[in-house]
Ligand binder design. Structure first.
Ligand code: IPM
Ligand code: MG
Length: 363
């Protein structure tokens, strides 16, 4: 049976950047014999507008039937003040949870051509290759109770709950150790064990699991120190293992080391192999519809989809090579532009990757 891929463009720049990844995918299907059916669905604000909820049943049903999901981004000012349960971001959290996508892999890799676009001096980031393993379906993002309540004195109080069970910590720790085994063999687990009990347990369980991986070197670091170390000597890290909230923050931070948040892809994986792939950046409503957004994080997310969900390792490598060649030609979207390079739009960048891919595939 032909495998299905579900595409969820989402909101803001989502449709524009996903369209570029779809050009790449269409080329692979039409010209390279990749056998896939593509379907589309609604998630986020566009789903609220069309169906009244951020994650329609139909979208979830399609996602469950698919081998993988490619997502753009969700959210925007239009939906910021609607009822909390209907906000676009809730749809994203709901689909992550419903598909059991607990393991979020966020590689922060510097393309050497972009060393000048990094917020750090080139010597600090040359050959940078960090893998952030973020827990994605637990922690303070999902803990109950949560809400905004009114206290006896009349003032409102917001509250959230940080919870991690041993099994949740164990399964994400095993992912990090397995990933590290295929890399430099080093895991740095990031927590706030000096203050938060939930992460005191995190540290304990990660240490216990490490005994099953004698070849992996494990280090623990408090999140405040980790943030500092990431901008001080980022190359000290191989795999960073962390919680949902800390991973959200540290992956944005790490993205700037690689030149732009517009460059970083991600894979969210379930234990049954289901995967959803999305750029780590948001829907950037301020630049939506202007043909200036960088589609490379989404195209690189497609590469991760081919690698992890379809075992099309060669095609995945070729997409990465094509992106690298486009950068070598000096083509840049606005976010990664520097003197001496050529600034192009979202569409042109998508076309440039397809053109480069044609050459890479033939070579
Ligand atoms: C991300 C995003 C999401 C998150 C938002 C849009 C809910 O920031 O994927 O990093 O916080 O997980
Ligand atoms: Mg984020």
């Amino acid at each position: 049976m032909t495998k299905k891929i579900l595409i969820l463009p989402g909101d803001g720049i989502g449709p524009e950047i996903v369209a570029q990844a779809e050009k790449v995918l269409t080329y692979l299907i039409n010209e390279r014999g990749l056998n896939l059916d593509i379907d589309h669905g609604l998630l986020g604000g566009c789903a609220v507008d069309a169906a009244g909820v951020p994650l329609p049943d139909e979208t979830l049903a399609k996602a469950k039937e698919s081998a993988a999901v490619l997502l753009g981004a969700v959210g925007g000012p239009k939906w910021e003040s609607i009822e909390r349960a209907l906000r676009p971001e809730r749809g994203l959290l709901a689909i992550r949870s419903a598909l059991g996508l607990f393991a979020n892999l966020r590689p922060a890799v510097l393309f050497p051509q972009l060393a000048e676009a990094s917020s750090l001096k080139a010597e600090y980031v040359s050959n940078l290759d960090i893998m952030i393993v973020r827990e994605l379906t637990g922690g303070i993002y999902f803990g109950e109770p949560r809400g905004i309540r009114t206290l006896d004195d009349g003032q409102r109080q917001g509250y959230n709950t940080l919870v991690y069970s041993e099994s949740e910590i164990e399964r994400i720790a095993r992912v990090a150790f397995d990933v590290a085994a295929k890399r430099q063999g080093r895991v740095c687990s990031v927590d706030k064990a000096n203050v938060l009990e939930a992460t005191e347990l995190w540290r304990e369980v990660v240490s216990d699991i490490a005994r099953d991986y004698p070849d992996i070197e494990l280090q623990h670091m408090y999140v405040d120190n980790a943030a500092m170390q990431l901008v001080r000597t980022p190359k000290q890290f191989d795999v960073l293992l962390t919680t949902n909230l800390f991973g959200d923050i540290l992956s944005d931070l790490a993205s700037m080391l690689t030149g732009s948040i517009g460059m970083l892809p991600s894979a969210s994986l379930a234990s049954d192999g289901t995967g959803m792939y999305e750029p780590i950046h948001g829907s950037a409503p301020d630049i939506a519809g202007q043909d200036v957004a960088n589609p490379l994080a989404t195209i690189l997310s497609l590469s991760m989809l081919l690698r992890y969900s379809l075992a099309e390792v060669k095609l995945a490598d070729q997409i990465e090579q094509a992106v690298s060649q486009v950068l070598s030609k000096g083509l840049r979207t606005k976010d990664i532009y520097s003197d001496g390079t050529s600034c192009i739009g979202t569409n042109e960048m998508g076309d440039a990757v397809v053109s480069a891919l044609k050459v890479v595939c033939v070579a």
